[in-house]
Design a protein around this ligand. Sequence first.
Ligand SMILES: CC(C)(COP(=O)(O)OP(=O)(O)OC[C@H]1O[C@@H](n2cnc3c(N)ncnc32)[C@H](O)[C@@H]1OP(=O)(O)O)[C@@H](O)C(=O)NCCC(=O)NCCS
Length: 198
Amino acid sequence: MAPEALEEIRAREGLSEIRAVTEANGQGAAFWLPMTPADLPAVMAVAEEVHPDYPEDAAIFAERLTLHPAGCLCLADSQGVAGYVLSHPWRLYDIPALNALLGAIPAGASAYYVHDLALLPRTRGTGAASEIVDRLADQARASGFAAIALVAVNRSVGFWQRHGFRETHDVALDRKLASYDDAARYMTRTLEGVAADR
Ligand SMILES: CC(C)(COP(=O)(O)OP(=O)(O)OC[C@H]1O[C@@H](n2cnc3c(N)ncnc32)[C@H](O)[C@@H]1OP(=O)(O)O)[C@@H](O)C(=O)NCCC(=O)NCCS
């Protein structure tokens, strides 16, 4: 992506709220931007590179973007899309199966679910991942969700622990984790200041 294209991206609606997060990695600035359908091929390319063991169809990405656009962002730098996050409200202690359509966001969803956060190596270690986790937590808290949940893969448990997530075990959950692999862990983080009975 040429620098002019980055400027075009900057001009997208809502971008005024988004600040540069990575200046220190030799790639120049990077921005978390609202994802659009036009970004999906580039987002898929990142997914194929970062998650070769957890392939998901384009339809899965497209559906999440349609169902909850506010939870879908991509990290763009001068070379293009360098990362993404997909997230949406969901039932606490429930795991959407891998590579399966959701159908709809459940009514009365009690938790906020991070389906995937993936960065290409060139933007790792810059704080961009922590930046978006903090923003999603703030959004989820502001929307009244009492917890955030996710399935940690790729030895990312330590990263999530640093962000206040803890492993949560349950027989039914552990069975559903089988659609991932033996190392996958269901993790939750309570959002302070929100009534737990939501
Ligand atoms: C997981 C991922 C998003 C983290 O991105 P990152 O760029 O390393 O994150 P940050 O730079 O914001 O790191 C924040 C802190 O977490 C630490 N950290 C990062 N990954 C870690 C890990 N696997 N275990 C323990 N700590 C980790 C960093 O050292 C850093 O610590 P510091 O604040 O003391 O410097 C990134 O490595 C990635 O995309 N991995 C591949 C995809 C993936 O596994 N995603 C998770 C799916 S659930």
